[in-house]
Design a protein around this ligand. Sequence first.
Ligand code: FES
Length: 153
Amino acid sequence: MTMKFNRRGFIKKGVIALIGAQLGYLFFDSFKKKGENEEDQHWYEVGPIGNLEANTIYPFQSGQFYLSVLEDGGILAFSVKCTHLGCVIQAQKDGFICPCHASSFNKYGEVMSPPATRALDTFDIKVRNGILFVDHQNAKKRSQFEKPQITYA
Ligand code: FES
């Protein structure tokens, strides 16, 4: 029995197999990306935690938050919004000041001078494989600073 090579049939089957593989990949990839995107949507990747210096405030304009790295390496992430009426606060050497009505906050986000009466809102922080992430879309209101709000690597 001889097998006759059918070039047209061979190409047709090859194209169908290729399309099937592409659709399979796209189907799988859409699930994978969806999961990753949901996580990435609210976790802002800051970068290697080892690059952060103690006693320093870092602004992250695109993420709308500040990182306050304390003298012992503890880290707090603050919303840029003043807790008085929501103006954008400005970082200073050891804290923050609001340009609208002059409220000021220390490096823990505590109110140092009114009219604001509430500490700055915070964001959760996580460290994965040495990379620091900030949950910059879920601000947490707080009335005052408490030590458990600090993240240590
Ligand atoms: S909005 Fe910041 S002090 Fe009023």
